[in-house]
Design a protein around this ligand. Structure first.
Ligand code: ARG
Length: 459
């Protein structure tokens, strides 16, 4: 028999129960639901809305239910509809009339609004720590590879020399923004909606502030219609994680390229690689590929929730029950991906010789060669044209700027002198890019110090 059966002459059809039920997925909110009910009933008793005796029964009943669920002694089927009905129904079965008083001055609408926010706030704190761990790993890799020269690319064409440390710190900065985005999202979400009732609050003299304090919320929501209808915090969370996944996916893509034989800049640890069922020589970067692939499903979760919410009139509509699965899916995906991704990076072997060799081909010091002429007084555009011709000549002669004889240089401009070789050496190219943000040893150390301070403020 349904809780609302008074108004109905018939039971719901079994197929309706199946479609309507959310217990299969929202069961995950049982702890938040019970904690919310503990705080709500404590407040009801303080305000004289229920007796202290009833409150005590409710409290011990809820605690037993929590223990039974956690011990795996209590499970629910589709007939209970959702986690809120499941817990309340079970409570009443156990303690009788006192259990029927729990839902005074409350609706499932503000209850689910509370549970979902409360749950997400906990998960955000976990994801936040995982992101900080990843930044720490990127810093460690940067420190170990501070002078490891590698080519940096535009259009995936070798462009200018950088270092592996500089490269890692680029990703650390993306992650830093992901961390602060998550913090912003949490800060905005930190409002307790309980007391919004079904949609227009309640006539009981409840103390919303006290419930919010007890549960650890910074504030209460300001408007009851908004309190039960708002899911922007969930959309914002999915947007924030989508950006994080985009960053992980870009790095994953680089890892995949770098461990190919075409690059061989890195070698993944065996524990973070997989083999092929047919090709004995294969060692595949499946973890990086999965992170790249799962980025797609997180984007899908974001689009799903945006689409569910886009035309809903105020206040609660059952469509909103569809908010949970995308969010749970994203939480599971990101919590699964982040620690493995971090460990994969931490254990990968960097191959500096190959990076340096790749940097030695492809004329990535051509800009520096032009700058050499500029420093000797030539306008940049003229220098640019001359070095373009030099490169063209080298390609035809199968030479590099390093191996081209001085006499050949001087054919194009008499300004060239023997100091050109030092000016275009990879080490000079990197060490002279010493402005803030650049790849020189000191510039990257400065970036590392900045990032370490960022981490220190959060530990
Ligand atoms: N299971 C529902 C959800 O997740 C709970 C709220 C139901 N409220 C209602 N009036 N049907 O959204």
């Amino acid at each position: 028999m349904k809780l609302w059966s008074g108004r109905f002459d018939k039971n719901t059809d079994a197929l309706v129960d199946e479609l309507n039920a959310s217990i299969g997925f929202d069961f995950r909110l049982y702890k938040q639901d019970i904690e919310g009910s503990l705080a709500h009933s404590a407040m009801l008793a303080r305000q004289g809305i229920i007796s202290e005796e009833d409150r005590d029964k409710i409290h011990s009943g809820l605690r037993e239910i929590l223990a039974d669920i956690e011990a795996g002694r209590l499970t629910f089927g589709n007939d209970v509809e959702d986690v809120h009905m499941a817990v309340e129904g079970e409570l009443t079965r156990r303690i009788g009339d006192a259990g029927k008083r729990l839902h005074t001055a409350r609706s499932r609408n503000d209850q689910v609004a509370l549970d979902f926010r409360y749950y997400l706030m906990g998960e955000i704190r976990r994801i936040h720590r995982m992101e900080l761990d990843l930044i720490e790993t990127l810093i460690n890799i940067a420190k170990r590879n501070i002078d490891v020269i590698m080519p940096a690319y535009t259009h995936l064409q070798r462009a200018q020399p950088s270092t592996f440390a500089h490269y890692m710190m680029a990703y650390a900065n993306m992650l830093r923004r992901d961390v602060t985005r998550l913090e912003d999202c949490l800060e905005r979400m930190d409002e307790c909606p309980l007391g919004s009732g079904a949609l227009t609050a309640t006539t009981y003299p409840i103390d919303r502030r006290a419930v919010a304090d007890e549960l650890g919320f910074a504030r209460i929501t300001q408007n009851s219609l908004d309190g039960v209808s708002d899911r922007d915090y969930a959309v914002e969370f999915l947007g924030t994680i989508s950006l994080l996944m985009m960053h992980l996916s870009r790095l994953a893509e680089e890892i995949i390229l770098w461990c190919s034989w075409e690059f061989k800049f890195i070698e993944l640890d065996d524990a973070y690689s997989t083999g092929s069922s047919i090709m004995p020589q294969k060692k595949n970067p499946d973890i990086a590929e999965l992170v790249r692939g799962k980025t797609g499903r997180v984007y899908g979760d974001l689009m799903a929730l945006l689409t569910v919410m886009k035309a809903l009139p105020l206040a609660y509509n059952k469509d909103m029950q569809e908010d949970k699965e995308p969010v749970f899916d994203t939480v599971d995906t990101v919590e699964n991906c982040l620690p493995v991704f971090t460990a994969m990076l931490e254990t990968m072997r960097v191959i500096p010789e190959n990076m340096r060799a790749a940097a030695g081909k492809g004329f990535i010091n051509a800009t520096d060669c032009a700058d050499y002429l500029v420093k000797k007084g030539m306008p940049f555009r003229d220098a640019y044209t001359i070095v373009g011709r030099l490169v063209n000549h080298c390609i035809a002669e199968e030479k590099t700027l390093e191996t081209l004889e001085l006499s050949e240089y001087q054919k194009l401009s008499p300004i060239f002198d023997s100091d050109v070789y030092k000016a275009i050496s990879l080490d000079t190219c990197v060490s002279s890019r010493s402005v803030p943000g650049g790849p020189s040893h000191e510039s990257v150390m400065e970036q590392i110090r900045y990032m370490e301070d960022f981490l220190k403020d959060r530990k």
